[in-house]
Design a protein around this ligand. Structure first.
Ligand SMILES: Nc1ncnc2c1ncn2[C@@H]1O[C@H](COP(=O)(O)OP(=O)(O)OP(=O)(O)O)[C@@H](O)[C@H]1O
Ligand SMILES: Nc1ncnc2c1ncn2[C@@H]1O[C@H](COP(=O)(O)OP(=O)(O)OP(=O)(O)O)[C@@H](O)[C@H]1O
Ligand SMILES: [Mg+2]
Ligand SMILES: [Mg+2]
Lengths: 228, 228
């Protein structure tokens, strides 16, 4: 469902070029749960941005459902990000001026859902991640892990076919992390959602199908979880 | 070295009061390595803010070296935060307009160090946390874990007697996290630094002396690590 071919991503110019990705190759199958591991600074988040159509590779190609992401016009790209991919950012990126409720229902409204349905569905999602009781708080009023859970709920807003989760449990205690893990596994098994998860959290790896190792901007190893 | 007595912290007013802390009691000994654990939203970061003099309790008292923090005037408080306590925030709080180098040397300059010494010491700290090669990048150019390491280096800028670390390894891969763990242990053993660490990262707990459990704004249990 996702194919990355020789993806290179450079930042900066002239003498100051940083090569975040140096030719990443990856094939992700529909309904698979893939974990991406690698040292800090190795390129995980950058790879996610490329896969999620949130940036253009310096070179190389990314295909989602066999469609070359670089060929999409801005409408098609927006549709892709709104409907097909649910993105859990490493730094949450929830809007500070909106409440938890508003943050999660916004994508639904963009997708054309009517406000009443959106509100109801949002409430269900907030319950699912255990923060329904803080629905009307803004991010600054929420703890780190509570903000992270708002970000997770928002990623699920439009029932995406693909979830890109960047360290989704980094700020969660073990118990809450377990709940999120079970939720992700359930999404994969019951809804055939493809989950791509960058993490160093072993319990998230426990439930994946394959693990991809990325070091210094390149995919160095791909193995089946059973073999680890 | 730190004493918290019946610390209550409420946010909001009228009907909308959130009780982040409901009477936290804690005694932390000099040179001790204490881990604070608890569910997401249980009050860890709030407790840190109270201990670190970054907010005023709604009621209750905090003593640092037997000095009632509430009695300090703004100069004394600033001195405390600048010189005595090194704070690693859960959300890093590194200044986006400054480079890594500038972020880490700023507290040194505030403390009166001359710029050349500050630059040199900063470089040593950045090396220690493994990001000297990114010294001149701004936060947006750094990965999540790289930003976290800048925050850690900054906390060490003025050789604090107390380090308040709020999820210091949340975004770090296992190897880098190990290095940070070893560094903290070394600080405690060689420099007798008092370390108070909120975390759900087991390896950070491995090296602590005592574990404090906080649930729903109250300290529920304190145990020696050996007993766990
Ligand atoms: N806008 C940018 N400008 C310059 N360099 C960048 C930029 N964004 C990322 N980088 C660099 O690209 C490299 C890869 O970053 P990336 O965020 O993908 O790493 P990561 O694997 O997600 O790290 P972490 O585990 O710490 O989150 C890093 O060295 C980072 O400093
Ligand atoms: N400014 C604020 N206004 C209202 N409520 C707040 C505010 N800051 C914190 N809270 C609430 O106080 C409680 C404790 O928050 P705190 O950040 O201390 O939890 P925590 O233990 O650090 O959580 P986490 O592990 O998720 O980081 C939470 O329920 C939070 O929503
Ligand atoms: Mg990252
Ligand atoms: Mg916290």
């Amino acid at each position: 469902v996702v194919r990355a071919i020789d993806v290179v991503k450079e930042y900066g110019t002239g003498d100051n070029v940083t090569q975040a990705l140096k030719g990443a190759n990856l094939n992700i199958f529909r309904g698979e749960y893939m974990c991406i591991m690698g040292p800090s600074g190795s390129g995980k988040s950058t790879l996610f941005n490329m896969i999620g159509g949130l940036g253009t590779p310096t070179s190389g190609m990314v295909f989602i459902d066999e469609v070359d992401v670089a060929q999409l016009d801005s409408y098609e790209l927006a549709w892709l990000r709104c409907r097909k991919i649910g993105y859990i950012f490493q730094s949450y990126n929830i809007l500070p001026v909106l409440t938890a409720m508003e943050n999660v229902s916004l994508p639904m409204l963009f997708a054309g859902m009517n406000p009443d349905d959106a509100r109801e569905k949002t409430y269900e999602l907030l319950k699912r991640v255990g923060i329904a009781h803080r629905a009307f708080n803004r991010p600054y009023q929420l703890s780190g892990g509570q903000q992270q859970r708002v970000a997770i709920a928002r990623a699920l807003a439009n029932d995406p076919a693909i979830i890109l989760a960047d360290e989704p449990t980094a700020n969660l205690d073990l118990k809450t992390g377990e709940e999120i893990k079970d939720m992700m596994k359930q999404l994969q098994e019951e809804d055939n959602v493809t989950i791509i998860c960058a993490t160093h959290d072993m319990k998230m790896i426990d439930i994946c199908n394959r693990v991809v190792w990325i070091v210094d901007g390149q995919v160095t190893k791909i193995e089946n979880r059973e073999d680890i």
